[in-house]
Write a protein that binds this ligand. Structure first.
Ligand SMILES: [Zn+2]
Ligand SMILES: [Zn+2]
Length: 103
C-alpha cells in the first residue's frame, strides 16, 4: 500500500483542515480519485484518512458533497504536481483529464 502524499499524520483530513480538530479514531481511507482512477490514486498516494462522518455520511463528505470531493481533488493535483516536478501537469492531464486547480 502506498503512503499518502497529501497528509503526513494519520488523522481525519477534513476534521483537521476545516475544523482544526485532531480525529484519529474510526478512520477510513479515501482514494481522492475513484472509479477507473482509483489505481492511479493508489499508485501516487492520492488518498486521505477520513473519519466515517467525513467520508461517507451526508454533509461534509466527498461521497455526498461534490464541492468537498472537488476540493480534495484540487489538493491532490497540487501535491502531485509539486512532487513530480516539470511535466507533472501534462502527466496529470493525460491520466486524469481534468484540471481541478484551474477549473
Ligand atoms: Zn472528520
Ligand atoms: Zn472514499
Amino acid at each position: 500500500m502506498s503512503k499518502s502524499i497529501i497528509q503526513a499524520e494519520k488523522e481525519c483530513y477534513i476534521c483537521r483542515r476545516w475544523y482544526a480538530v485532531k480525529t484519529t479514531r474510526g478512520l477510513e481511507e479515501h482514494h481522492v480519485l475513484n472509479g477507473p482512477l482509483r489505481s492511479f490514486s493508489e499508485r501516487h498516494g492520492l488518498k486521505v484518512w477520513l473519519c466515517h462522518q467525513h467520508h461517507n455520511e451526508p454533509g461534509m463528505s466527498p461521497h455526498y458533497n461534490a464541492t468537498c470531493a472537488e476540493t480534495l481533488k484540487a489538493v491532490a493535483q497540487a501535491k502531485y504536481e509539486e512532487k513530480n516536478g516539470p511535466g507533472a501537469h501534462a502527466a496529470w492531464m493525460a491520466a486524469v483529464g481534468k484540471d481541478y486547480i484551474n477549473a
